[in-house]
Every structure is written in structure tokens, then in C-alpha cells.
Design a protein around this ligand. Structure first.
Ligand code: NOJ
Length: 740
């Protein structure tokens, strides 16, 4: 066949013509081969995949990361198969490849889309150097349940923030031009609703009404598709009775029908076969039929398509047109990637792994992702000049592997710089650092070493406690029902507290934790997520004031696990809670009669407030917001409004602040959230400086899916807030009016 020249890859007519030519020459078996992705097992992959490749029965592989092996697989596909179609080579490149960036939830805490884009760019370059051309990222499932282990992989609870970060990751992975070396295909996942798993149990059922699906869960996918994401992955989960892998409403009506998606959809691992386990189909034949008719183009790691599709076509139950359109969308991606021209990888064409620029980007990402939750009496930043001895205590102070977090198949812990190393480097000979790990793992219940921790703390000027979760406690299939600090960590905190020394907790974790049992026992908390390769230097810079913390929470921190789901943009309900309308369980008299007092949406034992709200994060600067105003009192559809406020830094250091804009649509044809994030900006403010921050909103930014599940912009009154968290109090208002 004729190769498509680089200049022609961008020409969609030429590509479509080439796809047609290929389709005309392909046997049904070869077509089904393109729809099958196989995973490498143990041993040398060309030995056991070679025959399938020669026969054109494999269109894509995953989990091959050795460049010689990848090249050999490509060689067999291109040179020894009848049609010479190159392979897609997929991998979970989730937050870095060898150099690991903060977990995606941590990247979301930067509120800096450019950080996400750069992280994905460096990851794509490192992955490209071994021949990977397809990353299973971004994961853009809205995650409102911190028990769910995969919240770590997400950008958190908010639709707007997730949409922006997802788009940035797509751009970082795919670059400006997919056919350029170093650009790899993105895969927006998991379509859709996976994050709503009942009680945060991974893979559990989800029940999401269509209106909520459209308003909350689908917009990040729409944004990723609009940004050019070439592939999507289905969710493992059952959505309102129809598992996502067989969900024709999602895959046909919405994705292709409404959004015009022209890339391809891959199942999740074995999820076509699992349709039977769900109880949707009786056998593999039924599963293949359900998935292909719903719109799943490629099967990941399974043999259901390979075993069943031919028969379904022969029997006339599945049309060849359906197969052709699936294969066309897979071939399209291969053409766009330039694989027909350049199937092979020369590692020398790429920058060295973990080079200076990559490590610097990872450090910046980790620095901007850490959230200062609490800082009583300015316990932070520490000053080298004022310290003679510093106690560094805890299981995560010197844990190069754990700081990388979940989904780091290829991450290299040897590249990690731990907080202990970085602290020692920074303080040098000036400060005596006393290190006691105190616990073997974050889960350990053995308290034998707590005396040693106490001794180290007792004679020190400050105590840094490195707490949290090991990497394996979050991620796929690693959900928790109790999200307190695991093991005996709370006891360690109390023991160290007895010394009366300033205690600073640095927490590395894959999810929001319930910190209620330690929050009052420490002076400061820096929440660093799993910060990645450069976590140590980034955290150390923040602890010693080289940088000011600027991260903000991308997910609400509950007081108690029983408050979940708890998220800022909830609906008001008919009985909204307020401080004067709640009861505490301890204040109720014995045999108190049933009363209507406090009949509002709260828990007797937890109230209604989270421990830390969405968007929260402190700084070493002192920020104040005032003078919110709009440039007009009313706008009509198609018009814009500018909302601004003044932000002052009355502190003594320059720092970044994430200025957040929230909107409430007071009355709608369906009830609207109490607040919705509509904009944010990362701004730098010098000490003593006051700046004006403006947001330019278009009426379309106020759109939502209304009573009939169609997108609408409804007239009425809107409240707006500008501030440093979702609890911002500085409020303005405007109206949207009908004008002809
Ligand atoms: C299953 C996970 O759900 C998905 O996110 C991942 O990309 C695949 N396995 C491949 O590893």
C-alpha cells in the first residue's frame, strides 16, 4: 500500500481515502484483529504475540515498555503481516513515566493547567522514547468520594476544574500535532460515571440520573473530545442498569451523535467479557454483540471480539458497516499518529530521561500542589537561623517509593529525592537533624519506636512529622472504608505532642483524609498528596519558606467518613442547614421529645461543615479580598459580564494566590447548586500590593442541562463570589434578562 506522507497526515481527505483503500483490502479476520488489543505477559512478547501479528489478528498491544521489544513487535506487524498495519502501543502513563509528577489529584491542587500540560508533555516524551504511542490518560471521572481509591488518579470533585485539567493533559500528551515525535494519543477515561461507585467501592454500581450525568459527569469528557482526544475508554461500572461498556446511550447517542466524536472507544480491561458477569448478557456472544452495537471499537485484553465477531457478522446480526466504522476509527488514529510513516522508535531522538528540565517541572508541580491546611501561630515557615535541632519523624520522611503514589508502573524510585534527604541538604551543618521513622509502614500498629520518636522530639526546636498513606493504599481496587490516618499514626502524633514542641505534620496521601483526630494536636498541616520524584525538595522549599504554599483543595475534606458524599456544589435542599439550625448529639437531653428544631440537612454528630472546604489552602502571605463589582447589573444571552474584586497582600512575603469565582443561579427549571466554580486565576501578589482581579463571563458560561436535559441558559438572578476558597464570603450579583 502507499504510505501517507507526513504532509498528508494532516489532510483528512487523504487519510479517509487511505482508510477506505485499506478497508477494501482487509479480510473480516484482519478487521477484527485491528479491534483487538493484547497485553504482554511474561517472557519475550514477540515469541508469543508474533504469530498473531503476522496473521493480522492484533491491532494494539499494551504493557510492553522495552524499546527493542516494541520495535520488534512493530517490525513483525509492518513487515511480516499481509497489510503491514503498524501497532498502537498503550500504557498507563498517568502522572509521569520514569520521572513521576504528583498524582493527578495533587496536580489538580495546583489549579494550574499549565503544570498539568507540562507534566503530560514530559511524560509523553519519556514514554515515546520506548515506543509507547498511546497513554491511558487523562482520568477525568468526577470523584466525590474519598473512600474510592481512584480519586488519586482524578482531578477531584469539580466539573469545571476537571474539565480544564483534562484538556491540559490531552494537550500535553498529544502536543500540537499528533504525528510529531513525542506526541502520543490520549485516552479520556472512564466513560462514564465510574467515580460515583456506591460507597466508594471500586467497580461498584453507579446510579446517576441523566440530568446529573449531563451537568456533572459528562462535561469533562465533552471538553476532552472538543480538545481533540483521539480515544476514550469505557468504565467498568454499571450505570443505571446498563454497564458503560454496553451503554449505547453514552457511546452512540451522546458521544458520537451529540458530540461528533471521530476517534475510537476502547473497552477497559476485559470489560466486554464482564458484561456477562454484570448479568447483562448470558455469554460471550451476547457480550460481543452488546459492546459492538453500543459502540466499543476495540477490546482491551480479552478474546471476546476475536472469538465472536466473525460469527455475528456471518449470521447477519452485526453488519459489516458497523465493523468497518470501528476499524476506520482505529486506523484513523494510527494515521494521525504518523505510524504508517514512522513505526519505529529511536530512543536517541528523544531527550534523556529525567533530565534537568523534567526534574525542574516535577519539582514545580509538587511545590504548587501542596496545600497548607492549617498554620497556627505561624508555625511555618521554619527558619534555619532559629533551629539548632530538628526532629524528622514518621514513616514517609524517607520513603522514595511511597512518595511516587499509585499508577507508577515505570516510575523509578531511584530518582526520588525524599524529604529527609532534601531537608539535610538544605540545612547542611547548621542544624542537627534527628530522624526516627517510628513506624515501618504507614499501616503499622507497632508503637515500640514511639519512645525514640519522643526522645528525638523532646530536645528539638521543632518536629516535622511525615505521615499519610503508602502508595498502595490508593489507586485501582484500593478503596478504604475508614479514611483516617492508618495504623498507629494518630497515637504517634499524640506522643510527640506531649513534648510541647511545635509539631508540623506533612501528609502524603492519595486521597483526602479525615484528619479530625489529629487536627488539634498539631500546629500546622501541609498536605502534599503523593508528590512524585521531586517531592522532597518541593516540600522542603515550602517548609523553609523558599516558596509559599499555593495549592488549593480540589476535593472537600470531610470531618467524618459518614459525611461522604460531601462536596461544595451541593443542592440547597428544602431545609438547608445553618449554624443556628443544628443540634449536637451531646446537647440532646435524655428522652427529649421529637422536635422540629433544627430540621435541616445535617448530621447530629458531624454538623454540616467539612473539615476543610473545596478550594481551601493557606499561604505565608496574608490575603484579603474586597470590593467585588460587576461592570453591569444585567446581561442578555450572547453578552458578557466582567466581575472583579481587589486582592491585597498585607503580609511580608510575595506569594501566589488562586483567586476563585463562584456563581449561583438562584432559580432554575431544575434546582441548581449552591455554588459553582466558574473561573480561577493564579496570581502573584507582592507584600503591600493590591491588585484587581477580573473574570470575564459569557452568558454561555451560565448554561446547564435543564428540565428536558437540553442545554439552556435561563434568565434570572445570579449571585457571584470571589475569594480564596469555596467558602468565600465576598458576594456580588447580576441578572440575566430576556431581550429581543
Ligand atoms: C484497568 C483500569 O481501569 C484502566 O484505567 C487502565 O487503563 C487499564 N486497566 C489498563 O491498565
Amino acid at each position: 500500500m502507499t504510505a501517507v506522507g507526513a504532509e498528508e497526515i494532516g489532510n483528512s481527505d487523504v487519510v479517509e481515502q487511505r482508510i477506505d483503500e485499506l478497508l477494501n483490502r482487509m479480510s473480516l479476520a484482519e478487521k477484527i484483529g485491528q479491534m483487538s488489543q493484547l497485553s504482554a505477559g511474561s517472557g519475550y512478547a514477540p515469541d508469543y504475540l508474533g504469530e498473531g501479528l503476522r496473521q493480522g489478528r492484533i491491532g494494539a498491544v499494551l504493557n510492553v515498555v522495552d524499546v527493542e521489544t516494541v520495535n520488534e513487535l512493530q517490525r513483525i506487524a509492518v513487515e511480516e503481516s499481509r497489510l503491514g498495519i503498524p501497532l498502537l502501543v498503550g500504557r498507563d502513563v498517568i502522572h509521569g513515566f520514569k520521572t513521576i509528577f504528583p498524582i493527578p489529584l495533587g496536580q489538580a491542587a495546583t489549579w494550574n493547567p499549565e503544570i498539568v500540560r507540562m507534566g503530560a508533555r514530559f511524560a509523553a516524551l519519556e514514554a515515546s522514547a520506548v515506543g509507547i504511542n498511546w497513554a491511558f490518560a487523562p482520568m477525568i471521572d468526577i470523584s466525590r468520594d474519598a473512600r474510592w481509591g481512584r480519586i488519586a488518579e482524578s482531578f477531584g470533585e469539580d466539573t469545571y476544574l476537571t474539565s480544564l485539567m483534562g484538556v491540559s493533559m490531552v494537550q500535553g500528551l498529544q502536543g500540537d500535532d499528533l504525528s510529531e515525535p513525542g506526541s502520543i494519543a490520549a485516552c479520556a477515561k472512564h466513560f462514564a460515571g465510574y467515580g460515583a461507585a456506591e460507597s466508594g467501592r471500586d467497580y461498584a454500581t453507579t446510579n446517576i440520573p441523566e440530568n446529573e450525568l449531563r451537568n456533572v459527569y459528562l462535561p469533562p469528557f465533552r471538553a476532552a473530545v472538543d480538545a481533540g482526544a483521539v480515544t476514550l475508554m469505557t468504565s467498568f461500572s454499571d450505570l443505571d442498569g446498563v454497564p458503560a461498556t454496553a451503554n449505547d446511550f453514552l457511546l452512540r447517542d451522546v458521544l458520537r451523535g451529540e458530540w461528533g466524536f471521530t476517534g475510537f472507544v476502547v473497552s477497559d480491561w476485559d470489560s466486554i467479557h464482564q458484561l456477562q458477569v454484570h448479568g447483562l448478557t448470558a455469554d460471550d456472544e451476547g457480550s460481543a454483540f452488546a459492546a459492538i452495537t453500543a459502540g466499543v471499537d476495540m477490546e482491551m485484553s480479552g478474546d471476546v471480539y476475536a472469538g465472536q465477531l466473525e460469527k455475528l457478522v456471518d449470521e447477519g446480526r452485526v453488519s459489516i458497516g458497523l465493523i468497518d466504522s470501528a476499524v476506520a476509527s482505529i486506523l484513523r488514529t494510527k494515521f494521525q499518529l504518523g505510524l504508517f510513516e514512522n513505526p519505529y522508535t529511536n530512543p536517541g531522538d528523544y531527550p534523556p530521561i529525567a533530565n534537568e528540565a523534567t526534574l525542574e517541572a516535577a519539582r514545580k508541580a509538587a511545590s504548587q500542589s501542596a496545600v497548607l491546611l492549617k498554620n497556627d501561630n505561624n508555625a511555618l515557615p521554619l527558619s534555619v537561623d532559629k533551629l539548632a535541632r530538628l526532629a524528622v519523624i514518621g514513616p514517609l520522611a524517607d520513603a522514595p517509593y511511597e512518595q511516587l503514589g499509585t499508577w507508577i508502573f515505570d516510575g523509578d524510585p531511584n530518582l526520588s529525592i525524599t524529604p529527609l534527604q532534601a531537608i539535610r541538604d538544605l540545612v547542611g551543618e547548621n542544624v542537627e537533624v534527628r530522624f526516627v521513622a517510628a513506624m515501618q509502614t504507614s499501616r503499622s500498629r507497632n508503637t515500640e519506636a514511639f519512645d525514640a520518636a519522643f526522645e528525638a522530639a523532646k530536645d528539638s526546636d521543632a518536629v516535622l512529622l511525615f505521615l499519610g498513606e503508602e502508595a498502595i493504599l490508593s489507586g485501582e481496587a484500593h478503596s478504604r472504608a475508614n479514611i483516617d490516618l492508618p495504623g498507629a499514626q494518630a497515637e504517634l502524633v499524640r506522643r510527640v505532642r506531649e513534648t510541647g514542641k511545635p509539631v508540623i505534620a506533612v501528609i502524603q496521601a492519595g486521597r483526602p483524609l479525615t484528619l479530625t483526630n489529629i487536627v488539634d494536636e498539631v500546629d500546622a498541616i501541609l498536605f502534599a498528596w503523593h508528590p512524585g520524584t521531586m517531592g522532597g525538595p518541593a516540600i522542603t522549599d515550602l517548609l523553609f519558606g523558599v516558596e509559599s504554599p499555593s495549592g488549593k483543595l480540589p476535593a472537600t475534606f470531610p470531618r467524618m467518613v459518614g459525611q461522604i458524599p460531601i462536596y461544595y456544589n451541593q443542592k440547597n435542599s428544602g431545609k438547608p442547614p445553618s449554624a443556628d439550625r443544628i443540634l449536637h448529639i451531646d446537647d440532646i437531653e435524655e428522652r427529649a421529645p421529637q422536635t422540629s428544631f433544627g430540621m435541616s440537612a445535617f448530621h447530629l454528630d458531624a454538623g454540616f461543615m467539612p473539615l476543610f472546604p473545596f478550594g481551601h489552602g493557606l499561604s505565608y502571605a496574608s490575603f484579603e479580598y474586597k470590593n467585588i463589582r460587576t461592570n453591569q447589573t444585567a446581561i442578555a444571552r450572547g453578552e458578557r459580564i466582567v466581575i472583579s474584586a481587589e486582592l491585597s497582600n498585607s503580609g511580608t512575603v510575595a506569594a501566589d494566590e488562586i483567586v476563585q469565582l463562584y456563581v449561583r443561579d438562584l432559580v432554575g427549571s431544575v434546582t441548581r447548586p449552591v455554588r459553582e466554580l466558574k473561573g480561577f486565576q493564579r496570581v502573584r501578589v507582592e507584600p503591600g500590593q493590591t491588585i484587581s482581579v477580573s473574570f470575564d463571563l459569557h452568558s454561555d458560561d451560565l448554561a446547564f442541562f435543564g428540565r428536558d436535559n437540553r442545554r439552556t441558559v435561563e434568565s434570572g438572578e445570579f449571585h457571584v463570589w470571589i475569594g480564596g476558597s469555596s467558602a468565600a464570603e465576598l458576594r456580588g450579583e447580576f441578572r440575566l434578562v430576556d431581550r429581543d
